[in-house]
Ligand binder design. Structure first.
Ligand SMILES: [Zn+2]
Length: 437
């Protein structure tokens, strides 16, 4: 099946018109069927596989090459609220000044479709030198609650050497963004409870305070920009020269970023230091802390409970499970009586810049966009890349080839994609595949 760009755009608009909102349960089967048929029409074996939640669309195309590449995307989208803030119908896929407006235009249907068409072009030109597998999930926007179980159950089916993940975009100066990994995450809830009920604060003379208990515990965990949990820094992989060069090349305008974040200051003045910290330092952040009375005016009360949520972003090869256990032991040994629950654990991933996957992604980006890509050693954020690297044993993972840009407004009203970026992502996919083997 040979189709031209207008037909590709048309197919893109057709999937955008399917309101596949996982949070609402609409359009899910329709979107999955659409994708299954699309792959099938390209000569790619495809099927819809049921999970404990929304179905996965699986596809495979074997060339007999030694290497297998897995392509991961999601067909579900965010809900459209606040609906009255859309100036373009969210599921009409209307064109306006060279952009297509729809929920999911960027996140993630545009990327998904551009990749399919790039693959189709590579097939058409006989330029595919790897086997391909496709995993399209339908629950990414609600946190992929069933993906791990599904992947673990289907390990053989999804076995591959490399994977391209979903999240990427065209960044500043129209340079495509390539993330060679992600930071990991340990999210912990800490609770201190000293009694069954709040008390008159005169009793602070004789009754313990959960708020002080919690604050002191947090102070023992993190002090002067350093995490005090034993062994926390032990498994951090030293940076290679290639890694350092990538950091050096990262574009970062301190003044502009300060104003875009609405910050008075960063913690560091030196640009090189800021970039290094952003991508390669683990963090310990208090995401929320709550206890007692914090409303208008004064109320003298000794609260019965204090609660904090703390997230640690981790870098290769820190292990969230080991760190959580170590944190529990450490605080217990120090005498803190706390309830500690892990609310999330994800492992960090970093693909070496000199791997074939990274190299060919970079060279094809230069060829396609005519400029250097913005390379992140790993995203400063987290996505479940570890499902692929740890559960499936895939060696290399990158986030690359995305269609969104800085004004795409993913998750917000008037989400949109530039048609030119859609076209470029198709070319990027094709150029990557023609080089990758
Ligand atoms: Zn999203």
């Amino acid at each position: 099946m040979v189709i031209d760009f207008n037909e590709m755009l048309d197919a893109y608009k057709r999937i955008l018109k399917i309101p596949s909102m996982s949070a609402k349960g609409t359009g899910i089967n329709e979107a999955a069927s659409f994708l299954k048929a699309l792959l099938k029409n390209m000569g790619i074996k495809s099927e819809i596989i049921q999970t404990s939640g929304n179905p996965v669309v699986y596809g495979e195309y074997f060339t007999g090459a030694p290497k297998t590449l897995l392509v991961y995307n999601h067909y579900d989208v965010q809900p459209i609220d606040p609906e009255n803030e859309w100036t373009h119908e969210p599921f009409a896929a209307s064109e306006d000044h060279g952009r297509i407006y729809a929920r999911g235009a960027a996140d993630n249907k545009g990327t998904l479709m551009a990749r399919i068409f790039g693959i189709e072009k590579a097939l058409e030109n006989n330029e595919l030198h790897v086997n391909l597998k496709f995993l399209y999930e339908g629950e990414e926007e609600i946190g992929s609650p069933n993906l791990k179980e599904f992947i673990v159950k289907n390990k053989d089916r999804f076995a591959a050497d490399d994977v391209i993940m979903e999240g990427s975009q065209v960044g500043e100066e129209n340079r495509p963004v390539i993330a060679l990994g992600v930071k990991g995450l340990l999210y912990v809830e800490l609770k201190s409870r000293t009694g069954t009920t709040d008390l008159h604060s005169s009793l602070a003379a004789i009754a313990p305070s959960p708020a002080w208990n919690l604050i002191n515990a947090l102070d023992s965990v993190y002090d002067n920009n350093k995490v005090e949990i034993p062994g926390f820094y032990d498994n951090i992989t030293p940076l290679s020269n290639n890694d350092l060069n990538i950091l050096k090349d990262y574009p970062f305008n301190i003044e502009r970023m300060k104003s875009s974040y609405g910050l008075k200051n960063f913690m560091f003045d030196d640009k090189e230091r800021i970039i290094k910290e952003l991508f390669t330092s683990p963090t310990c952040n208090i995401a929320g802390i709550i206890s007692g009375y914090a409303g208008e005016g004064a109320k003298t009360v000794l609260p019965a409970e204090a609660k904090a949520k703390v997230d640690f972003r981790l870098v290769p090869d820190q292990d969230p499970e080991i760190i959580f256990d170590s944190m529990k032991d450490y605080l217990r040994k120090m005498g803190f009586d706390l309830e500690m629950n892990p609310l999330g654990m994800e492992y960090p991933v970093r693909t070496a810049p000199d791997t074939e996957l990274a190299q060919k992604m970079i060279s094809s980006a230069i060829k396609t966009y005519g400029r250097k890509p913005i390379i992140m050693l790993n995203s400063p954020g987290t996505q479940p890349m570890d499902l692929f690297t740890r559960e499936l044993g895939i060696k290399n993972a990158v986030s690359a080839i995305g269609v969104g840009d800085n004004i795409s407004k993913a998750h917000a009203p008037d989400e949109s994609v530039s048609i030119e970026n859609f076209r470029l992502a198709i070319e990027h996919t094709k150029n990557f595949l023609s080089e990758f083997q």
